[in-house]
Design a protein around this ligand. Sequence first.
Ligand code: ZN
Length: 242
Amino acid sequence: MTQTEILWKYQESEMELDRLQKELESTPERQKLRKLRRILQEQTEKLEAHRNGIKEKEAELENGMQKLEALLKEYDLEQDDLNIMMEDEECTAEELTESRRSMEKLLEKVNALRKSLTECQSWIAKTAEAIKETYAKGAKTKRDYEAAKAVVETEKMEHKPIIDKAQREVDMIAAQLSPDLLKRYKTIKKKHPNPVARVTDNRCSGCGMSLPMNTIKKFSTGTAIIECENCARILCCEKPGE
Ligand SMILES: [Zn+2]
């Protein structure tokens, strides 16, 4: 068997190994596992966002409480002033009205602030509830994930002898190839999944281009390794192995 023919067999064995590995990686249980992993990831991100949101709102709440305290103090002082003014006979009606108006404005501010603080508190409570829910869901996802993982491990164990056998076949054929040729094959493989192409009707079956006459001639007479001038795949005779 020529090196090119061995290389063809090598390519076939590699494709078979690849097919087996892909088959194992795409079982329904593997897909389920991947999906569950995504869901877990999303739940973790959600929790993180909720926690950060609560931190921000708590700071906002703290700040608002301090403002409220200051406003209430201010209101008390205005109230004291008004009481003094009311007992003061020198005080005009305009001055009293002015003082009352200023207190009303303060009260409006207090009420608006109270409202926003209440909203803030209920947002925190609602988000804390959402965190609890996400935790509960997360625990279930985690259980499902562990179960799927166990099945996937079993599948892997069951497939291992088949894949190992295919890998041994690849290694065995590789041992019959010259290292230089194997290296060349691997370089071409970076560009083409099938680095070896058959010659069919004087065409490269890899890219479909017809081969020049001198290439065909070289090809049919010698045992040299010939590449397609167009796609650089290594060319192999029409019926390899025969
Ligand atoms: Zn080609």
